[in-house]
Design a protein around this ligand. Structure first.
Ligand SMILES: [Zn+2]
Length: 219
């Protein structure tokens, strides 16, 4: 799809106005592999209707083989980062594909578009990362208020759920640890300090540390 825009030069005079033509794929690169059928500008929302191409095979998540054998189509609504002060919603027609590998446990699978859709997600990866960054910094209600400024209307509980679903980075199992127990209130309350003997990293708690159950750890 071709979009006509007016690009203004450095000085805002009429003589410096320069007309140019850009494609929707240049404005929104993650849509470049799609057939964009309609762009509707509403007061607060930019609604884009698009569909995936029939001639592009997708990788089956069950076995890793590509397939382009279409079973059916359905429409997903995916929220994207705001553009020009408007929230962006993409109504995307995607295919359900047969897996052609007879040994694969999946008979059919839903296609995903790189940079645009993720399994079980109603937001693009870029918007998901934005919401997660806000959730990490501000959590529930405060995060929802900041996201509203960014033209993303989410409830505080939704922001909290996004925070809870963020996968924590894996941590290496310490090779050697030092453990010391001490009394916070003698006879009533005790605590434990665990130190990674290689790095000096500390952790604390009052229960038996789960890391002692890991293989390869010497205490
Ligand atoms: Zn498969």
């Amino acid at each position: 799809m071709i979009v006509s825009v007016i690009r203004r030069g450095g000085v805002p005079t009429r003589a410096r106005l320069m007309a140019c033509v850009v494609t929707i794929g240049e404005l929104l690169p993650h849509l470049s592999g799609l057939r964009v059928e309609r762009v509707e500008i509403r007061p607060e929302v930019l609604l884009i209707t698009a569909l995936t191409r029939d001639d592009v095979p997708r990788v089956c998540p069950g076995c890793g083989r590509e397939s382009g054998w279409a079973h059916s189509r359905y429409v997903r609504r995916v929220a994207d980062e705001a553009v020009g002060g408007r929230a962006v919603v993409i109504e995307l027609s995607v295919r359900r594909l047969y897996c052609e590998n007879t040994d694969c446990p999946k008979v059919t699978f839903a296609e995903q578009v790189n940079g645009l859709t993720e399994r079980y997600q109603r937001r693009t990866p870029a918007l998901r990362r934005l919401v997660e960054a806000v959730a990490v910094a501000l959590a529930g209600s405060a995060g929802a208020r900041l996201l509203l400024v960014l033209h993303q209307a989410l409830a505080g509980t939704t922001v909290l759920n996004c925070l809870i679903r963020i996968r924590l980075p894996g941590r290496a199992v310490p090779r050697v640890v030092g453990i010391d127990a001490f009394a916070l209130l003698k006879g009533h309350r005790y605590a434990t300090v665990i130190v990674n003997a290689d790095t000096g990293e500390r952790n604390g708690g009052t229960a038996r540390p789960a890391l002692l159950d890991r293989d390869g750890l010497a205490a």
